[in-house]
Design a protein around this ligand. Structure first.
Ligand SMILES: Nc1ncnc2c1ncn2[C@@H]1O[C@H](COP(=O)(O)OP(=O)(O)OP(=O)(O)O)[C@@H](O)[C@H]1O
Ligand SMILES: [Mg+2]
Length: 230
């Protein structure tokens, strides 16, 4: 039961949206997903409340430094993937969640390229590796990418990051009304009304490609060393 954490110390980078898209897509494909909602804005908890029962998804709210590890150990028998949504802040909960993770996803807004908050997460990962010998896999995921941005422009951004040895997912998350509206309507991309949401098919396809890539990077059998010892 791998743990995937979404982290970027900058508010509004797209963590919560990417976390929910991934959770819903993994659940749609049959994985049992537990979301640990550590975002003080509780968007995912609210989404869950208005959605009613969503097959394969459980949401745990009010996750704290003191409780996070217990939530994972108590729910691991009924969970295939844990997904942690963090606050847009640099704090000890972020460090703890990262230490418990098999993979850290760092959403960075593709167009603005304001990567400072992402860089702080990368620094922490580097620090853990150098000082404690703990290596945690991670990837930048470009988010809110304008659908008109050309493949070539995206390649330039990816090239820039790879020159700094930062892994970047091939699939960017595109700016789509469906990804915003899902928090108002509840449910999933599959239950949304095609006649009311523009480009819903493209949003579904984007979510599928994103989750496929994550699944390959974070296969079900992975277990973080620190958790195995606990
Ligand atoms: N792919 C997307 N398409 C459309 N809107 C998006 C997308 N990603 C994020 N947004 C919108 O951008 C805003 C910020 O996104 P989100 O809440 O996911 O960021 P966050 O990193 O979780 O923020 P915080 O640090 O405050 O928790 C929200 O209004 C959200 O609806
Ligand atoms: Mg958030």
């Amino acid at each position: 039961m791998p743990v995937i954490t979404f982290a970027n110390t900058k508010g509004g980078a797209g963590k919560t949206t990417a976390a929910l898209i991934l959770a819903a897509e993994l659940a749609r494909c049959g994985a049992r997903v537990t979301i640990l909602d550590a975002d003080p804005q509780h968007w995912i908890t609210h989404w869950h409340e208005i959605s009613g029962k969503v097959p394969n998804i459980e949401v745990i709210s009010h996750v704290t430094m003191a409780s996070i590890q217990t939530h994972i150990s108590e729910n691991k028998a009924r969970t295939d993937y844990f997904i942690i949504d963090l606050a847009g802040a640099r704090n000890t909960l972020m460090a703890t969640a990262i230490g418990l993770s098999d993979h850290v996803m760092i959403p960075v807004q593709g167009c603005a390229m304001d990567a400072k908050g992402g860089a702080q997460v990368l620094e922490l990962l580097c620090h853990l590796h150098e000082k404690a010998g703990i290596r945690i896999n991670h990837s930048v995921v470009l988010t809110r990418v304008n659908s008109l941005v050309t493949t070539r422009a995206l390649q330039v951004v990816k090239q820039l990051l790879s020159e700094r040895a930062v892994p970047v997912l091939d699939t960017p998350i595109i700016e789509r009304a469906a990804f915003r509206d899902i928090f108002d309507c509840g449910g999933t991309l599959q239950t949304m009304d095609e006649s009311r949401v523009s480009n819903l098919d493209k949003a579904r396809e984007n979510a599928r490609a994103f989750a496929d890539e994550v699944r390959k990077l974070v296969p079900l059998r992975l277990v973080n060393r620190a958790r195995r010892a606990a």
